[in-house]
Each structure stands twice: as C-alpha cells, then as structure tokens.
Design a protein around this ligand. Structure first.
Ligand code: PRP
Length: 176
C-alpha cells in the first residue's frame, strides 16, 4: 500500500452488512414472486452483489454488464460505452440493476437506456452508495444503502487505480 495514502474508515463491514439486511428485506417485499434478474454493473458491484444476492431468500437470476467511461466525469458530455452485455434475456424480465455507487449518474443513465431498448417488464436500481452532490443526470435510486458526501471512497468493490477493491469496509481516501 502506498504509504502516502491515508484511508479513513467511513463504513465498517458490519455496518454495510446490517444495511444490506435491510435492503434485502425491501427487495424481497417487491420481487419475491417475480424471479428478477439481478444485473451487476462491473467491476465495482461484484462484492455488493455477492453479499446482497445471498441475503435474498427467493428465486433470482444473476448476470453482469460492463461499461467504460471516457473523458472527465466532471463533464455532462462524458461518454459511456458498452464493453460487455448480459447473456440473460432482458425482454419481459423484471431487472434490478445493482451498483456499488451512483456518482454523476452517467453510467446508470446509459445502462438504463440500453436496458429499456430491450423491452424489460421493469427496471429498478439498487445502489449501495449514492453521492448526489455530483449528479449530472437525474437518477432514481429505488433501493439505496447510504447517501455519502462528495469524497473519494474505496473498498468493498470500489477502487482507486484498480486498487483497494478487496478491502472489507469502505474508506475515504486521504481523509478528504
Ligand atoms: C464506478 C461505479 C459505477 C460508476 C458510477 O464505476 O462502479 O458504475 O462509477 O459513476 P457515475 O455515476 O459517475 O457514472 P467505474 O467507471 O469507476 O468502473 P469500475 O466499476 O470498473 O470501477
């Protein structure tokens, strides 16, 4: 680990786990009888999706979508490109997008548009973290873990230059 980087804990793994229990209850109330497609957005969502899926005590299917962002995320013109689409059928399915974080909203906006072009029965969003201060596109977060301030966070799937995804909790970089 870079000795100049300081990680200040924001949420412990226990806090995250307790919140996921609550999210799973909410999701269960809405999806218990519809075998939803849980669609993880790679790469950041892989830890959250793994934990969330194991809390759901009813049938679900799982798949992944991978996108890349180009240009500065401070620009609303920032572009998002599809790198890998899900194999699972989307048409007529109840799709629950699973994100680690919604920041500018560009990624969610892009994936939501892509999904809707495939004729799903419904599309909703579950995001562990919501950073509304940086929003460039309106995004409705249907199941939200935590609202966070405009700080750079890592851990629990979230990276800085591809590092720190494996940390069990979520921390703020440099204590910003
Ligand atoms: C992160 C995160 C979301 C996206 C949210 O992914 O996993 O998918 O950013 O940001 P936005 O709301 O500003 O679009 P990132 O592009 O860093 O890729 P990664 O998941 O592979 O880390």
């Amino acid at each position: 680990m870079d000795s100049k980087i300081r990680l200040v804990p924001l949420f412990t793994s226990q806090q995250i786990s307790a919140r996921i229990d609550e999210l799973a209850s909410e999701i269960g109330r809405d999806y218990r009888d519809s075998c939803p497609l849980l669609l993880g957005v790679l790469k950041g969502s892989f830890v959250f999706l793994a934990d969330l899926a194991r809390r759901l005590d009813f049938p679900v299917e799982l798949d992944f979508i991978r996108v890349a962002s180009y240009g500065s995320k401070l620009e609303s013109s920032g572009r998002v490109k599809l790198l890998s689409e899900p194999v699972a059928r989307v048409k007529d399915r109840h799709v629950l997008m699973v994100e680690d974080i919604v920041d500018t909203g560009l990624t969610t906006d892009f994936i939501g548009g892509w999904l809707k072009s495939k004729g799903p029965a419904s599309v909703k969003l579950c995001a562990l973290l919501d950073k509304p201060d940086r929003r460039l596109r309106p995004v409705e977060v249907d199941y939200r873990g935590f609202v966070i301030p405009d700080r750079f966070v890592v851990g629990y799937g979230l990276d800085m230059d591809e590092k720190y995804r494996n940390l069990p909790g979520i921390s703020v970089i440099n204590g910003e």
